[in-house]
Ligand binder design. Structure first.
Ligand SMILES: NC(=O)CC[C@H](N)C(=O)O
Length: 200
């Protein structure tokens, strides 16, 4: 049997445990990542949901921001969910003043895009590459405002005032979702990322 890929979960802030559990159940070897040495051991990296402004500040404080940028630039497969999507985005709308990111994903995200009324909601979402819809949980989520030509759109919101908005993307070894696939017991979106890591 092939050696399980080591997949890190960036553990500066956010919902780390749920991602570790999902990755473990898929047969990967998940580790928490707080230091450059831990990052260097990874075949892939998940950047969880949480609060992107806090996460990027902590990445600076822990001297992780440049190593993260170098790793993504160097082709490390990475999967950002919600705040993690913001962390991977090259450009932010409605970010905090001067908010930095890791970048690498050629998209513009709009933070807290869904507005007050629907801060948090769920929807059955069709995701490209999966047969049945995913029950997607959005929590003060960003949406993708714009993508460059090299970015593949994997999902768009189906209903309501935000219908058509992009909420899942892939660009080479990088993946991002506005929603939280680690909530609940459906591991198929993580499975897409594990496959991506295995094929990288
Ligand atoms: N659930 C989440 O990750 C929310 C993201 C948060 N609104 C941010 O801007 O970082």
């Amino acid at each position: 049997m092939a050696v399980p890929p080591v997949i890190g979960v960036l553990a500066l802030q956010g919902d780390v445990r749920e991602h570790l559990a999902a990755l473990r159940s898929l047969g990967a070897d998940p580790i928490s990542v707080r230091r450059p040495g831990e990052l260097a051991a990874c075949d892939g990296l998940v950047i969880p949901g949480g609060e992107s402004t806090t996460m990027v500040k902590l990445a600076r404080i822990f001297d992780m921001l440049e190593p993260l940028r170098d790793a993504v630039r160097g082709g490390l497969p990475a999967f950002g969910t919600c705040a993690g999507m913001i962390m991977l985005a090259d450009r932010i709308e409605d970010g905090a003043v001067g908010q930095e990111t890791i970048g690498g994903l050629h998209i513009t995200v709009r933070r807290n895009a869904f507005g007050r009324q629907v801060d948090s909601f769920e929807e059955d979402l069709h995701v490209d590459g999966l047969t049945d819809p995913v029950r997607a949980v959005f929590i003060r989520a960003p949406w993708v405002e714009a993508v460059d030509d090299d970015v593949e759109v994997l999902a768009r919101v189906g209903d309501g005032p935000a219908a058509g908005r992009i909420v899942a993307v892939r660009q080479g070894p990088l993946m991002a979702t506005s929603f939280h696939p680690e909530v609940g017991s459906d591991d198929r979106v993580h499975g897409m990322f594990v496959d991506l890591v295995r094929s990288a």
